[in-house]
Design a binder for this molecule. Structure first.
Ligand SMILES: *Cc1c(COP(=O)(O)O)cnc(C)c1O
Length: 370
C-alpha cells in the first residue's frame, strides 16, 4: 500500500535545499539571531509581495493577530466580531487583548464570515471585526470593509491561510487596518518552526506593532509601553526569504491540483467541494475541503487505503470548553456546526503529483458510489 501523507514538508525541503541550506549556515556564521538585516529584508520582501506599505515580523500567527488587534486599539471591555469556524487562535488573540470574541455565523456556500449577519451582532461595545480567510479564500472584503467604515470599526484580517490571495489587485492588509499571517510550517509559506507577520498600509499601526513585539522599545532600554517578546528570528526570516521566491509557482500548483480535484468530483454523488472562488485569484487553496454527510465513514475508508486527511475544524470555537463562559451552546451557529460535522480536508500541497491526486480521488469516488 502506498502511504499518502496529508502534507509532505520533507518533499518541500528537497525542492529548496540547495538555496536554503547555505542561507541557514550563513546566519549561524554571522551570529546575528535576533533582528538584523535578514529580518528587515524579509519584511520588505513580504510587504512587497502583499502589496502593503509595511510588514512587521513576529513570533507566530497568533501573536500577529493579538499584536495587530492591540495596535489598532482593541482592549478590555471591547467586543470583536469573528467567525466561529476557525482555528482557536483567532478567538484567543481577541481574548488575550482583554476583549470578548462575539461570533457571527458564516455563509453556507463559502464557510466565510456572512456580512449579512454582522449588523445583528453589533453593540455599542463592538470595536473591531476579524474575518478569517478560511482554507485560503478571501472573505467578502469589499462589503465587510464598507460596513466597518460605516460604523467606525477596525478591520483586522486573519490571513493565516491566505498568503498571496487577491480580490482584484488587493490582498489581505489593504482592505482594513491590518492583516495577520502565520508561517507555521504547514502554511502556504512556512518557517522551520513558529513565525508570523502583520502587514498594513498604516504607519501608526506598523509603529505600534513594532513596539509591542519588542518590549515596547524602539530604542534599546527606552520602553514607551509594556510590550511582549515576540520577534521574528533571523533564522526563520532567512528561510522565509528563500521560500517566498517559490510561493507564486507553489500557489499556481495548488490551484492546478484543486482544479483537478474539482474535475474528478463533478459526478461524485453526495460530495460537495467547499467554495468555487468568486474570482480565480481569491483562493490560494491552503486546504482542499470537501463536504458530505457521511464524512466520518469516508475518512475511515481513506485511512484504510493509507490516505491521511484532516478536519478543519471538528469543534467550532463557541463549543470549546475554553469559551464556555461566553454563554453560547449547541445551535448558536447552525451553519458552522453543520460544517464541523461534514468537512474533510484532502491531501493538497505543491509537491503532490497528479498520480497521487488521482489515487486519492479514486478512493473518494469509489466511496461515494457505494
Ligand atoms: C494557523 C492559524 C492561526 C495561528 O497561527 P500560528 O502561527 O499557529 O500561531 C490563526 N488563524 C488561523 C485561521 C490559522 O490557520
Amino acid at each position: 500500500m502506498i502511504r499518502q501523507p496529508f502534507v509532505d514538508l520533507a518533499a518541500q525541503y528537497a525542492e529548496v535545499r540547495e538555496e536554503l541550506t547555505p542561507e541557514v549556515a550563513d546566519v549561524l556564521v554571522t551570529g546575528i539571531f535576533i533582528g538584523g538585516e535578514r529580518v528587515r529584508r524579509f519584511e520588505s520582501e513580504f510587504a512587497r509581495f502583499c502589496g502593503t506599505a509595511h510588514c512587521v515580523g513576529v513570533a507566530s500567527g497568533t501573536d500577529a493577530l493579538r499584536i495587530a488587534l492591540l495596535a489598532v486599539g482593541v482592549g478590555a471591555g471591547d467586543e470583536v466580531l469573528t467567525a466561529p469556524n476557525s482555528f482557536i487562535a483567532t478567538a484567543e488573540a481577541i481574548s488575550q487583548c482583554g476583549a470578548r470574541p462575539v461570533f457571527v455565523d458564516v455563509r453556507a456556500d463559502t464557510l466565510l464570515l456572512d456580512v449579512e449577519r454582522l449588523e445583528a451582532a453589533r453593540t455599542p461595545r463592538t470595536r473591531a471585526v476579524v474575518p478569517v480567510h478560511l482554507y485560503g479564500q478571501m472573505a467578502e472584503m469589499e462589503a465587510i470593509s464598507a460596513w466597518c467604515a460605516r460604523h467606525g470599526l477596525a478591520l483586522v484580517e486573519d490571513a493565516a491561510q491566505a498568503h498571496g490571495a487577491r480580490l482584484g489587485v488587493r490582498g489581505p492588509g489593504s482592505f482594513g487596518a491590518a492583516a495577520a499571517f502565520s508561517f507555521y510550517p504547514a502554511k502556504n509559506l512556512g518557517a522551520a518552526g513558529d513565525a508570523g507577520a502583520i502587514v498594513t498600509d498604516r504607519a501608526d499601526v506598523a509603529h505600534r506593532a513594532r513596539l509591542l513585539r519588542d518590549h515596547g522599545q524602539a530604542e534599546r532600554y527606552v520602553h514607551e509601553i509594556a510590550g511582549f517578546n515576540s520577534r521574528l528570528d533571523a533564522l526563520q526570516a532567512a528561510i522565509l526569504s528563500v521560500k517566498l521566491r517559490h510561493l507564486a509557482h507553489w500557489t499556481e500548483r495548488r490551484r492546478a491540483l484543486a482544479a483537478l480535484y474539482r474535475e474528478r468530483f463533478e459526478k461524485a454523488p453526495g460530495l460537495q467541494l467547499v467554495a468555487e472562488p468568486r474570482e480565480p485569484d481569491a483562493h490560494v487553496y491552503h486546504l482542499l475541503v470537501v463536504r458530505l454527510a457521511r464524512r466520518d465513514e469516508l475518512r475511515e475508508a481513506l485511512a484504510a487505503g493509507g490516505i491521511e486527511t484532516g478536519i478543519h475544524y471538528p469543534v467550532p470555537i463557541h463549543l470549546q470548553g475554553a469559551y464556555h463562559h461566553l454563554g453560547y451552546g449547541q445551535g448558536s451557529f447552525p451553519v458552522a456546526e453543520e460544517a464541523a460535522r461534514e468537512v474533510l480536508s484532502l491531501p493538497l500541497y505543491p509537491q503532490l503529483s497528479d498520480d497521487a491526486l488521482h489515487r486519492v480521488a479514486d478512493t473518494v469516488e469509489a466511496f461515494c458510489r457505494r
